[in-house]
Design a protein around this ligand. Sequence first.
Ligand code: PLP
Length: 455
Amino acid sequence: MALHRVATETTDDVFTAPLAERPLPKTRIPDGPTDPKVVYDLLRAELLLDGNSAQNLATFCTTYNGDEVKRLMADALDKNMVDKDEYPQTAEIERRCVRILADLWNAPGGPDTMGCSTTGSSEAAMLGGLALKWRWRKAREAAGRPAGTPNLVCGPVQVCWEKFARYFDVELRQIPLEPGATGIRPHQLAQYVDENTIGVVAILGVTFTCDYEPVAEIAGALDAIQADTGLDVPIHVDAASGGFVAPFVRPDLVWDFRLERVASINASGHKYGLAPLTCGWAVWRSADLLPEELIFHVDYLGGEMPTFALNFSRPGGEVIAQYFNLLRLGREGYRRVQQSCMDTAQYLAGRLRDMKVFELLYDGSSALPAVCYTLDGDPGYTLYDITEQLRTRGWQVPSYPLPAGRSSTVVQRVLIRHGISRDEISLLADDIEAVLSKLRAGGGRGGPQEPSFHH
Ligand SMILES: *Cc1c(COP(=O)(O)O)cnc(C)c1O
């Protein structure tokens, strides 16, 4: 009898199928096929080891998707975002989302707005950064000045900007945090900006502290620098998280295209935009800010298509799901979702304050729905101990040092997003209290358990 015969047989029980009776092949493709139901159940069982994403309080990314989103994602499985000729309606939906976001971020251009979907804020940041670099170089050429090494000025940025700088040969001038600061302070800029500065990145929702950098004040400082030196330095706002929060819960906060100096904005649809992974957005204030040389026109998919992206083929479902969420929730729906997350973050901040051992760096009231805190003094255990203990209950609550300038301060961060309920957070707070009693009794003094990882 053939050894690999299961393909055409009905399997009585998944766990008595040949594939299930030894460890799964890990280095070589198996010789023959197996019943898909067997493989599905075995893989599903293995993936349970990944943990429960609802308890992952380290990520900004969407972990809750409704049934309609799941259905639309399945419906769109074969749609390729890049193939705008074959899937013109998917392409049209992308354009609608760009226009809606440009409007939400107060772009002056109306339908003239330029933007695109990406795989996330990282790709959007690369595109935004490239446009800045190209415009800077053209301006230097036009002025008959030599182009030196371009630099990008920023505060404590997410790793995507470090990647941009290294991949595209730009010097990253990261301004260290001042004592007590949660991001750039505008008065620091004058020391860092010069004729080779391609732009300043301002962050709406700093990865490390969850606070907003003061974009309007940063623009004001750059106005003053221009008045003094003639340097006209554009701002790119990295609104990965805040781009889908601020317009709904703080509509009066001026951080977007209302500021003339803001040339481009990126946001992660798959964070507070509530779309599934992988969805990001890049939007320019007006079409002329995106150099034509960066756009490629391809004709081998039928029709002529402009493309500005780091990748080529990618799924269309995320963009469709983004449009679904925009239609389904509307402005008021997003406001309610984000406000309820803000309220839950502030509830957690209150519970943490009552525990009397933490100092809050950010309490969830003015920027992202999140809290960031450190230990007040030395109670004989560390935040790393708390992280480790919480993990035994399935909670992922990261501890990490702040970036340059405040790197001796270790903080812990909890992100509240759609799908994380008040009840869940009350259970987390109970667990933190239980961990604290345990640590008080038994001590502990751990360091980082593994490389810290920020989204
Ligand atoms: C998450 C994040 C990024 C990277 O975004 P992805 O969508 O994960 O690629 C960039 N900047 C900030 C501020 C972020 O929070």
